[in-house]
Design a protein around this ligand. Structure first.
Ligand SMILES: [Mg+2]
Length: 309
């Protein structure tokens, strides 16, 4: 019920071959075509989080068993998430509450990535922020950047800060439920105090308990239009995201499997040279798989993580 049953018009020969290879590997074990054996020469695994490890507040089938197996085999793994409003410590606690034990050092949020990118590329000591919560402000502080949250200052305070700083500084936008007309007005009037715009994610949607929820894109698109800047997004599918985690894993990309539920995960992994596994049932329905082409085509498609066990 997985790889062998689907076909792709855009990349038919590749996906059909992969499907057959995966099927053979699963059904015949070491005697089959092992091109697609997930575990062969596996150096490390990078997991997307939302939609892969859990959906809403429910762990997906096979997550605990897969992590146990990686631990037992001594195979390193890392979680790379476009969630940025919680810190890695808060995320580790949330996973623990669902029954999955992962150390915070194995979790990289999009806020940590964005803070790293801003620090490495601008050398800024202060940045305006909009949304992103404590995850973003802590990530910026960890990189020596003072966060100036627009939602927590009045227009007058923002103007005073801008005047005292002098030169324009970066604006970093993360996820929030609280963007409204008043905040949009503040952003518009601060246009000249903003040097570049960074976003912690460009995800259109993420899976919630009762269906899809708007991601950061609805907010970042509005802000970008207001200040007339093209947002820079260091998170997936930007190459920076995978390079950042591959540096931490210290493994060649070809030995690293990336498991994701969205097309940006797969594009990101393919561009970095990782082995890509698309797990259905999260952000990507089976009906969308047939439309994929180029870098968006995963090496393997599974229904559940249990298919890898
Ligand atoms: Mg996801």
């Amino acid at each position: 019920m997985g790889q062998e049953t689907w076909e792709n018009d855009g990349a038919r020969s590749r996906t059909r071959w992969l499907g057959e290879a995966a099927s053979a590997a699963r059904h015949h074990g070491s005697k089959g075509n092992r091109e697609m054996d997930f575990w062969e020469h596996l150096g490390a695994v990078i997991f997307d989080m939302d939609g892969v490890l859990f959906i809403g507040n429910r762990l997906r089938a096979g997550v605990i068993e897969l992590v146990d197996r990686l631990n037992a085999l001594g195979i390193d793994f890392h979680i790379l998430t476009n969630t940025g409003s919680s810190s890695s410590t808060e995320i580790a606690a949330k996973l623990d509450g669902m029954g999955l034990k992962v150390e915070a050092r194995r979790i990289t949020t999009s806020s940590a990535l964005t803070a790293g990118y801003v620090a490495e590329h601008t050398g800024a000591k202060r940045a305006w922020t909009l949304g992103g919560g404590t995850g973003l402000s802590q990530a910026l502080e960890a990189r020596g950047i003072e966060a100036l949250p627009l939602e927590r200052m009045s227009m007058e305070e923002a103007r005073t800060s801008a005047a005292s700083i002098g030169a324009p500084i970066p604006l970093v936008v993360g996820w929030t439920r609280d963007y409204d007309h008043q905040l949009a007005t503040r952003v518009l009037r601060l246009e000249r105090a903003i040097s570049e715009m960074y976003v912690a994610s460009e995800d259109r949607a993420y899976p919630g308990d009762d269906g899809l929820m708007p991601g950061v894109l609805w907010l970042s698109a509005s802000v970008a239009a207001l200040i007339q800047k093209r947002p820079i997004n260091p998170a997936k599918p930007n190459r920076y995201a995978l390079e950042y985690v591959l540096r931490a894993l210290n493994q060649p990309a070809a030995r690293v499997a990336l498991i994701g539920d969205s097309i940006s995960d797969i594009e990101s992994g393919n561009q970095a040279g990782c082995r890509t596994v698309l797990v259905l049932g999260g952000a990507t329905p089976r009906t969308q798989v047939v439309k994929l082409s180029g870098e968006a085509v995963p090496l393997q498609v599974i229904e559940e993580l249990t298919d890898l066990l």
